[in-house]
Design a protein around this ligand. Sequence first.
Ligand SMILES: *C1O[C@H](CO)[C@@H](O)[C@H](O)[C@H]1NC(C)=O
Ligand SMILES: *[C@@H]1O[C@H](CO)[C@@H](O)[C@H](O)[C@H]1NC(C)=O
Length: 189
Amino acid sequence: MKVIPILLFILAPLHMAAARLLCPNVPHVSTAIVCGNACGTKLLYDHCIDTMRHGGIDLSPSHTEETTVYAILAANQTLDSYDDTLEALRIQLQQNKSLSGPETDAYQGCMDDYDDAYNYLALIVNNCLNNCYFKKITDVYLSGMTSLENCRDRMLAPWMKVPPLYPKVERDRNKVLMAYLLGRLLQAL
Ligand SMILES: *C1O[C@H](CO)[C@@H](O)[C@H](O)[C@H]1NC(C)=O
Ligand SMILES: *[C@@H]1O[C@H](CO)[C@@H](O)[C@H](O)[C@H]1NC(C)=O
């Protein structure tokens, strides 16, 4: 398991998404504009709008937010989603007496994959987005997405019984994809 020590210094600023950021030269736009710019398909666009609605953003065309706020919101929701999956993995490992050996290994491996994915994403929120530092965002996102895909592949192994956690992993991949697309807008500025 890879460790990323720098990120450990703060988790509190995750809650700053609600406060308004002031990153220089970042445009303030409506939800429709930011989602239109980030997403190349109608499916993703609708998913983006849902993410913002769920985050409590005012969706009216006249309401604008700094693009960073949207990116933090999507990343923050993804972290919450990862937490939910990690908890479900923990419950399987601790309470499910019918897991086979390979299934136990797969779930244990996924715990490590998710720890990595979580750390990469926390790094993005704390060190990049909350610091108005956008240069490395897509690389870090891609590393985190690779960790999730490792877990997805474990879930798809032939010896896995209809894996109860597979839908959560798929949900998380959709969420992190959205957060990545919004982060990419910032890196491209
Ligand atoms: C994301 O933001 C919400 C609302 O501000 C907060 O309750 C939640 O704890 C945050 N998630 C994380 C992982 O910090
Ligand atoms: C426990 O693991 C078995 C084998 O993978 C699975 O079929 C079952 O759905 C799991 N039970 C719960 C409560 O998740």
